[in-house]
Structures are given as structure tokens and as C-alpha cells.
Design a protein around this ligand. Structure first.
Ligand SMILES: NC(=O)c1ccc[n+]([C@@H]2O[C@H](COP(=O)([O-])OP(=O)(O)OC[C@H]3O[C@@H](n4cnc5c(N)ncnc54)[C@H](O)[C@@H]3O)[C@@H](O)[C@H]2O)c1
Length: 363
């Protein structure tokens, strides 16, 4: 077979094969929004097969399991993607299960790029004045495996007046370099024009210095992409004052965590925000940005759109672009027609909102 024919042959196998997706609804509203999002995916007719795992607080409280011993290996070996709801439950005050499952996936599966698209679907969702959907359309790429999340540090003389606490911020050249490359490739592949690196290098001089040097070096390999730098405090101001100026932002784990909650507010709140935890070429994990929201769990109140948009992001990542687009269009229709939950101005419950979207997708 000729080379081009061979490529087409392989591409057609990829397009027709069934994608295997591991599903971890988790805790609280995760157990409501995820099954509803799966119904929306089924309505697209996508060739996908779901396997649901009961990892979360309930399972932990029954038998102490957070994730089985070979869990991460099994996910990487047997699945094309992982779809997670949220983890966190007041009955487990240490949050140990959430840390082991969620941070375990990010660290042990080495999902080093956390991708959070920030797109305003309708002006009515944005708390800013005189802003249209054209004004808010940027993506934050958050480093996902290093920084202060590595749990390094300690306490000395705990509980005494002289107590000392340290928390280390770990930044490796490899870690910084690969996430900055990811951001430039993301910009190039998605028709974006600018990549901004955001840090606090005026104060955190050692870690920030590494990010600064690597950003300048890596940028030289992508001459078609403009570069910018902004301190993270100034970026917060800019996100509110002139979000239109933003395009692709790459930043560290902690700053990424903080700025993406602000970004979620710009697009209608935590219930609207989607994310992917990605290592190109490996099994990646997709989750809505919100947590388990215990006060509204089990009340059919949670907004399922963040999970539904996350599912669309996962399908696009798996090459199912038409199905992903159908979902995005249906969510947009739901927002415009106010077929939404209360948090974004509608009057529907979780199930009814998702069912409306599934029906629109199936049309
Ligand atoms: N990725 C995750 O799994 C993740 C992320 C954040 C927090 N958590 C955990 O979740 C628990 C609660 O944390 P929190 O209160 O700080 O954050 P949260 O995201 O659960 O809730 C913050 C606020 O947003 C609201 N909210 C969140 N998602 C919503 C939705 N889909 N629809 C409507 N309203 C929604 C909540 O009612 C609450 O007022 C904690 O145990 C925390 O550790 C988990």
C-alpha cells in the first residue's frame, strides 16, 4: 500500500473504532452531573463504551479503597480517556480519597497540561458590563504535576508559638519546558495568535527566573506566535478589565488554579467550566472545573453544562469532532433559550437541563 493510502487506512480505523472511556462520577454533584452528561454523549451516536468505577467517598468509607493498587496502570492500559466528576466529601475531612484519586491521576499518569478553555456563550452569563461572547474567548494552560502541589515541606514545633511551616514550590526544567511547548503547540493547532506566560518572577525570583528563561527559549521555535508576559496579579486585573486581549495563557499549578476560578466567573460560574488533564499520546483525563458542592448535592440543582462541555472536549480530543460540535451547539442553544439550571438564570433541574440538551443533540 502507498504511504498516503496507508495513513488514510489507519485514520479510517481510528475514526470507526469504539473509544473506551473510564468514568469516575466521584462524590456529591459529580454523581448527578456525570450520568447526565453520558446521556448527552449517547445522544450524539458516538461510538463510545463507558465503564463506570465507584471510586469516591462512599467506597472509601465502606472498605478504605481510594483507588485499587493497579488503578492508574489499568486506566492507562485499558482506556482511551477518563471522565471524572468531582471528589470531596465532608464525611472524609482529610480528603485523602480525593487527593489519592485526583492528584494521583494527574501525577502518576503524568497528565502535565491542564487545559481550561474560557468562552462566554451568552452575554447574560457574564458579570461584567457591556461584554459580548466575542470579548471572552481564551484558554489557560496550567502546569499540572509540579509546584506547591507536590506536598513537600513540613512543620517544626507544631502547635507552639515558635511554629515554622514551609511549603516548597518545585519547578523542574523538564516540567516547565514541556508545558510551555504544549501552550505554543496548542496556540498553533487552534489558530491562536498569542501565548502569554504569567508568573510572579519579581518576587519568586528563582522559580520565576526559570520560567522566564525557558519561555524565551521555547518561543524561538514558534516564530509565528506572538509572546507576552504578565505578572499574575496584573493578569487578574486584565481578565476583568480587558479579557478580549487574552488568547493563550500558560502558568504554574497554583496560579493556574486561582486564575481559572476567576475565569470561570467570567463565563457564568463554576457550573459552566470545562477542563482536560492532558499528556499528548497517552490516556488523558477530563473533568468539570467545579467541586462536589455538598450543600446542593442530591437536590437536582447542579448545573450539568460544565460536565457536558467537558464531555465535548473529551470527544474532540478523541477525534470525534462532529459529535463534540453537536454538543457545543446544543449547549449554546440551551443557554440562549434559557433551558438552564437556576445558577445561570434558568428554572430547570439538572436532569431536565441535560435531557433538553440530549434531545437537541439527537435532532
Ligand atoms: N476537581 C475536584 O474534584 C474538586 C475541585 C474543587 C473542589 N473540590 C472539593 O469539593 C468540595 C466542595 O468544595 P468547594 O465548595 O470549595 O467548591 P465547589 O466547586 O464544590 O463549590 C463552590 C460553589 O459553586 C457552586 N457550584 C459548584 N458547582 C456547581 C454546579 N455544577 N452547579 C451549580 N453550582 C455549583 C457550589 O454550590 C458552591 O456555592 C470540597 O471537598 C473540595 O475539596 C473538588
Amino acid at each position: 500500500m502507498l504511504n498516503a493510502d496507508w495513513l488514510l487506512f489507519n485514520a479510517s480505523i481510528f475514526l470507526t473504532m469504539t473509544r473506551r472511556i473510564a468514568v469516575v462520577p466521584g462524590d456529591g454533584i459529580g454523581k448527578e452531573v456525570i450520568p447526565n452528561a453520558l446521556e448527552v454523549v449517547r445522544a450524539t451516536g458516538a461510538s463510545v463504551e463507558f465503564t463506570t468505577f465507584d471510586w469516591g467517598a462512599d467506597r472509601y468509607l465502606i472498605d478504605g479503597t481510594t483507588i485499587p493498587a493497579d488503578g492508574f496502570h489499568m486506566l492507562a492500559r485499558d482506556f482511551d480517556a477518563v471522565f471524572v466528576g468531582a471528589l470531596g466529601d465532608p464525611r472524609v475531612p482529610t480528603n485523602i480519597h480525593a487527593k489519592e484519586i485526583l492528584l494521583g491521576m494527574r501525577f502518576k499518569m503524568d497528565l502535565y497540561a491542564n487545559v481550561r478553555p474560557v468562552r462566554l456563550l451568552d452575554a447574560s452569563l457574564c458579570p461584567l458590563k457591556n461584554v459580548t461572547p466575542d470579548d471572552i474567548n481564551f484558554t489557560v494552560i496550567r502546569e499540572n504535576t509540579e509546584g506547591v502541589y507536590m506536598d513537600m515541606g513540613g512543620n517544626f514545633k507544631m502547635g507552639m508559638p515558635e511554629e515554622v511551616a514551609t511549603q516548597e514550590d518545585i519547578n523542574t526544567r523538564k516540567g516547565v519546558e514541556r508545558v510551555i511547548h504544549f501552550a505554543f503547540k496548542y496556540a498553533r493547532d487552534n489558530g491562536r495568535k498569542k501565548v502569554m506566560m504569567s508568573d510572579k518572577s519579581n518576587v519568586m525570583t528563582y522559580a520565576g527566573g526559570l520560567w522566564q528563561r525557558v519561555f524565551k527559549e521555547v518561543a524561538q521555535q514558534y516564530p509565528e506566535i506572538q509572546t507576552q508576559h504578565m505578572y499574575v496579579d496584573a493578569l487578574c486585573l486584565q481578565m476583568v478589565r480587558d479579557p478580549k486581549s487574552l488568547d493563550v495563557i500558560v502558568t504554574n499549578n497554583m496560579f493556574g488554579d486561582i486564575v481559572t476560578d476567576l475565569a470561570a466567573a467570567l463565563q457564568g460560574g463554576l457550573g459552566m467550566a470545562a477542563s482536560g488533564n492532558i499528556h499528548p499520546g497517552r490516556t488523558s483525563m477530563f473533568e468539570p472545573v467545579h467541586g462536589s458542592a455538598p450543600p446542593i448535592a442530591g437536590k437536582n440543582m447542579a448545573n450539568p453544562m460544565g460536565s457536558i462541555l467537558t464531555a465535548a472536549m473529551m470527544l474532540a480530543h478523541l477525534g470525534l469532532n462532529a459529535e463534540a460540535q453537536k454538543i457545543e451547539n446544543a449547549v449554546l442553544d440551551a443557554v440562549r433559550e434559557k433551558k438552564t439550571t437556576v445558577d445561570v438564570g434558568g428554572s430547570l433541574g439538572t436532569k431536565e437541563c441535560a435531557a433538553w440538551i440530549a434531545e437537541r443533540v439527537a435532532k
